[in-house]
Design a protein around this ligand. Structure first.
Ligand code: BV8
Ligand code: ZN
Length: 320
């Protein structure tokens, strides 16, 4: 074992022995897996996009009130994810899948890095969709497209080059205020946006202005001309049925599950987090890889190995 992974040999040995003796393995991935690819997580500072709490923007209500703002949030994340590269942990998981057909990965991440690491697609379940899937926002239209890596997706969503340093705009609100303002607009269902509001988007430490976008600036459905939206699962939306069915089928058809890997996730988002208990109920021993010792699954006997540190470093070592 390379010295980069600082765990007592006996600890590593017991995990490796169990891994080698495991057939049915399931992994739950979170934003921490992509942290060392340079992508911010949802918690802490990573959860803030400019002056907004990311989880408040990842909702149908926010899109209804301000599709331009929500598209700028996703346009920024698409841009960042395209610039990022899969890290060694993404590749290690893909290699494990190629070695073991009875290994499945449930990813909460929408950044496209696991598919780009050539993780076998039939063993990779994207529970929350992908930044690169696009679909019509109309409930009565079935238009959707996958793997749209067009950057920018429309000219108005081009990420401005870092411009001259600007004075913080008067509208610059703290996360709290901005989120309240968004809620107020949602409550009163005001759809008109403040015309002179200029938000600033941090691009590598520089702040550049981004004007308010009108619906005409945003991508529209070629079938019905309604607005297109990112093909991700927003808070309050159901996870894709076919994905859930496939995962439930794999779990139900498993006489027992030997090992669950819980990687870089605070496991606070449901129903994704529920798969940990489901795997445990089928006998899985649980290994958690996380920076934060507080982020292990709650409850007795729910963590048999805890590897503290960067998933990008630890995973390639322990999955060897
Ligand atoms: C639904 C896509 C119902 C969008 C995302 C109970 C049951 C069911 C639902 C609920 C429930 N309780 C509450 C709910 C509602 C809600 C929910 O879970 N809310 C939470 C906030 C409590 N769930 C939903 O709304 C779900 N839908 O329930 O529908 C329904 C039923 C009928 C009819 C209609 C509806 C939908 C949830 C999906 C939301 N979409 N993503 C987008 O990305 O923009 S979730 C999004 O946030 C991510 O995908 C991810 O899943 C989540 C963030 O979690 P993490 O990935 O864990 O990231 P986080 O930052 O939290 O943690 C990072 C971790 O990494 C930390 O532990 C950190 O220590 C660690 N780390 C950091 N660096 C490293 C590291 N580890 C290792 N190495 C490092 N270098
Ligand atoms: Zn449409």
């Amino acid at each position: 074992m390379a010295s980069t992974v600082l765990f007592p040999p006996s600890y590593l040995e017991s995990f490796s022995t169990h891994l080698k003796g495991s057939t049915r393995i399931i992994a739950l991935l979170g934003a921490g897996l992509s942290a060392s690819s340079g992508l911010p997580t949802f918690r802490g500072a990573g959860g803030m996009w400019r002056s907004y709490d990311a989880t408040e923007l990842a909702t149908p209500e926010a899109f209804e009130v301000d599709p331009g703002l929500v598209w700028q949030f996703y346009g920024y994340r698409r841009h960042m994810a395209l610039k990022a590269q899969p890290n060694r942990a993404h590749y290690a998981l893909a290699e494990l899948a190629k070695r073991n057909k009875h290994f499945i990965t449930l990813s909460q991440n929408v950044d496209g890095l696991s598919p780009r690491a050539n993780h076998p697609s039939e063993q990779l379940h994207l529970l929350h969709g992908s930044l690169f899937d696009i679909k019509c926002s109309s409930n009565t239209c079935t238009y959707s497209r996958k793997d749209d890596f067009t950057e920018p997706i429309v000219p108005a969503l081009a990420i401005p080059k870092a411009g001259p340093q600007l004075e913080p705009s008067v509208n610059d609100k703290t996360g709290e205020e901005a989120t309240k303002a968004l809620y107020a607009a949602m409550e009163s269902k005001q759809s008109e946006r403040q015309h002179d509001r200029v938000n600033e988007l941090d691009i590598s430490d520089e702040r550049v202005p981004i004007p308010d976008l009108s619906d005409e600036d945003l991508p529209h459905c070629p079938q019905c001309n309604e607005l297109l939206r990112p093909g991700v699962v927003w808070f309050g939306e159901m996870l894709p049925e076919d994905t859930i069915d496939a995962v439930d089928e794999w779990i139900c058809s498993s006489p027992q599950i030997d090992l669950m890997l819980v990687i870089g996730t605070s496991a606070r988002v449901w129903p994704a987090a529920s798969y940990i208990a489901k795997a445990r109920a089928k006998g899985a021993q649980i290994a958690v890889i996380n920076m934060d010792p507080n982020d292990t699954p709650p409850g007795q006997d729910m963590c048999h190995w805890f590897f503290q540190g960067d998933a990008g470093i630890i995973l390639p070592e322990i999955l060897k």
